[in-house]
Design a protein around this ligand. Structure first.
Ligand code: NZQ
Ligand code: ZN
Length: 391
C-alpha cells in the first residue's frame, strides 16, 4: 500500500425530510448570505426549492437564487455566478441538484475568492481556497457531494476538464433518497453506471497488497449489481435508492481509493463524448468502460479475473485466466444493457468521423501532452483504437 493523506470533513445528513434542515446546517457552518444554485427546473417542479427557501427563511438567512445549470455544465454560467457572489457579498454556496449543479457551485465558490480566471483551476492549478459549500443531492451518480472535485466544459474549445482541492469538499451534504424518486429511469441508470465506473477506476490499480480497499470496492460493486435492477423495476423503492445513494458517496469520496494508484482513463475518454454530444456522463461511460477494459486487460489479467470471480460470480479458469477476465467484462456489458444503458456510438449520437477530433482534444486539448496516464498509459493511437471499438 502507498503512503497517503485523507481528509474528508463533510457532515452528512441522510434520510427522509432532511432537506428541511438546510437552513440549520447553513447556520451551523457559518453562512450568513447564501447563493442557492440549481439546475433546469426539476427542483422547482418537485417543490424542493420551495422547501429549501422556507428552511433558510426560518433561520433568518438571506439568499439569492441562480438556476439554469445544464447537464454537462458549461463555463458561462459560472462566470455569472462569480459576479453575482461578489456583488451580493455571498459567503456560502448551496447547491440543490445533481453533479452538474454541485460542480458549478464548487467552481463559483472557488472563483469568487480568486483574482484570476477560474478556468486556471481546470487547467491544473490546485484549489486552496473557496467559499464554503453545502449540497442537497437529487441524483446518486457523480459523488460530488463528498468529493474534492468539479468537472466543467469550457465553451471555447469544448474542453471538459476537472479541478480539485480539499477546499471544495462540501461542509455538509443532505442526502434524502426519496428526492431521487422523480428521476427518469435513464438518468437513474446513468447514475448507477457512473458509480460503477468510479469503483472500477479505483480497482484498476498497479499498487500491490491493497486487499482492504479491493474488498470495499468489490462490496460496493456487488451492492450496485443487486440494487440497480431493483430500482429500475420499481422507481419508488426507497430502500434500494437509499443504498445506491450512499454507495455513490462512498464510491467517490476516495475512502476506497487511498493508498493505491488509480486509473481514470475511461473517465477522460468519456468526458470528450459528453462534452461534444451532450450525452449523460454515465451513458457515455457505459460505452467507454467495456472498450477500455478489453483494450487493457492483458496488462494485468489476474486483476480482471479476480473482479470477474468476486463480483460477477464467474468460475476461475486456472488454465486460461484470460477467459475469466473477458467473461467478467462481458458480464458488465450485459448488466449495463439490462438497466437500459447504451452500448454503441450511435445510441448516444456519436459519429465515427468525429474520432480524430475527439482524440485531438483528449490527448492535446487544454495543455495535455499526448498521453493519458492510468492503469495503462495510452497515446493517440491507443485512444483512436478504443473509440473505434465503441462504434
Ligand atoms: O437540471 P434539472 O432540471 O435538475 O435536471 C437534471 C438533469 O437533467 C436531472 N435531475 C437531477 N435530479 C433529478 C432530476 N430529474 C428529476 N428528478 C430528480 N431528482 O438529471 C439530469 C442530470 O443531472 P446532472 O446533475 O447532470 O447529473 P449527474 O449527477 O450525473 O452529474 C453529471 C456531471 O457530473 C460530472 C460529469 O462529468 C457531469 O458533468 N462528474 C463530476 C464528478 C465530481 N465532481 O466528482 C465526478 C464524475 O465522474 C463526473 O465526471
Ligand atoms: Zn464519473
Amino acid at each position: 500500500m502507498d503512503n497517503f493523506t485523507f481528509y474528508s470533513p463533510t457532515f452528512f445528513a441522510f434520510g427522509k425530510d432532511t432537506e428541511n434542515d438546510a437552513g440549520k446546517y447553513v447556520k451551523k457552518f457559518g453562512g450568513t448570505k447564501v447563493l442557492i444554485h440549481y439546475g433546469g427546473g426539476s427542483v422547482v417542479k418537485s417543490g424542493l426549492l420551495d422547501r429549501v427557501q422556507k428552511s433558510l427563511d426560518a433561520e433568518g438567512i438571506p439568499y439569492v437564487l441562480l438556476g439554469g445549470v445544464k447537464p454537462n455544465l458549461r463555463s458561462g454560467l459560472v462566470y455569472e455566478g462569480i459576479d453575482l457572489c461578489k456583488k451580493e457579498n455571498i459567503d456560502f454556496v448551496l447547491a440543490v441538484g445533481g453533479g452538474s449543479v454541485i460542480d458549478s457551485a464548487k467552481a463559483i465558490a472557488a472563483g469568487t475568492v480568486y483574482d484570476g480566471d477560474f478556468w486556471d483551476f481546470y487547467s491544473g492549478k490546485y484549489i486552496e481556497e473557496a467559499l464554503p459549500i453545502g449540497t442537497i443531492l437529487t441524483i446518486a451518480a457523480a459523488g460530488s457531494e463528498g468529493s474534492p472535485d468539479s468537472v466543467i466544459t469550457k465553451e471555447e474549445g469544448m474542453f471538459k476538464r476537472g479541478a480539485t482541492g480539499n477546499a471544495l469538499r462540501p461542509k455538509f451534504s443532505i442526502l434524502n433518497p426519496a428526492l431521487t424518486q422523480t428521476l427518469p429511469a435513464y438518468q437513474t441508470a446513468a447514475g448507477i453506471t457512473d458509480i460503477l465506473a468510479h469503483l472500477h477506476e479505483r480497482y484498476l490499480t498497479n499498487t500491490k497488497e491493497v486487499e482492504v480497499t479491493d474488498r470495499m470496492i468489490e462490496g460496493l460493486m456487488l451492492a450496485m449489481v443487486h440494487e440497480g435492477p431493483r430500482v429500475i423495476a420499481d422507481p419508488n423503492n426507497y430502500e434500494a435508492r437509499a443504498n445506491i445513494m450512499w454507495a455513490g458517496m462512498m464510491a467517490h469520496n476516495n475512502s476506497c481509493g487511498v493508498g493505491r494508484s488509480q486509473d481514470w482513463n475511461s473517465h477522460d475518454i468519456e468526458h470528450e463524448l459528453s462534452a461534444l454530444y451532450d450525452c449523460a456522463h454515465g451513458a457515455g461511460l457505459a460505452i467507454t468502460m467495456p472498450a477500455v477494459f478489453k483494450y487493457v486487460y492483458k496488462h494485468d489479467v489476474m486483476r480482471f479475473a479476480k473482479l470477474a470471480v468476486r463480483v460477477w460470480g464467474c468460475q476461475m479458469d486456472f488454465d486460461n485466466p484470460e477467459v475469466t477476465a473477458l467473461e467478467g467484462i462481458s458480464r458488465l456489458e450485459i448488466f449495463l444493457k439490462s438497466i437500459g444503458m447504451p452500448s454503441s456510438f450511435a445510441e448516444i449520437g456519436a459519429k465515427e468521423e468525429d474520432i480524430p477530433t475527439l482524440v485531438k482534444t483528449l490527448c492535446y486539448g487544454n495543455g495535455r501532452n499526448g498521453k493519458l496516464n492510468g492503469f495503462v498509459s495510452l497515446d493517440e493511437k491507443d485512444c483512436t483504437n478504443i473509440y473505434k471499438m465503441m462504434v
